[in-house]
Design a protein around this ligand. Sequence first.
Ligand code: ZN
Length: 222
Amino acid sequence: EELIRRLRRAKIARRRVQVFKPRIDDRYHATSIASHSEHTIEARPIDRAKDILRYTDDRTEVVGIDEAQFFDEEVVEVCQKLANLGKRVIVAGLDQDYLGQPFEPVPQLMAIAEYVTKTLAVCMRCGAPANRTQRLIASADRVVVGATDSYEARCRRCFEPELSQQLHLAVEEADKTSQNTELAATDAETPAEELEAAEDQGNHGAEYQGELEESPFFTNAQ
Ligand SMILES: [Zn+2]
């Protein structure tokens, strides 16, 4: 949202603006970045950070990069090069992963930026300013992209980093149980419905996917 606001202002000021985002973020329209308030701006989806250099026009004055946490370390060098060319580089990304750990390469980008702005969401538990992303589904993967209801903003006090891992363990247990049920079925002819129910329980981790919350934000200005 803050990224879109700044890019909008740059456009109003008649700056030449280009916006990029990782292709992984296909939650919304494929060629735009979206905020929760549905404001969108055209963004080119790219596979690797280096593609930003390839696609940035010489005349472009402002480069926006969204969801920086999904890019590899190369994005740091890419931002340096663009800024050294005299371009204003505005990057948005999550600075912590679902465990509350620094989410590379965003911490590295924050270190080299002239200006860093942290935007806080609202804790869905207590209403306090929130800078953590609570994962509500079972997964031990660092990046899970897809549905909208698997993450929520939490403050320091309400954040439960162990929750997702506990759910993950619970799912693995359920997997074992469903396998046991299958074995038992060959012997004792368990009704098919029961088998399906057990398999359903075991598959939640693979089926549910998530969206990341409001992005902390920083600017690498001229
Ligand atoms: Zn809270």
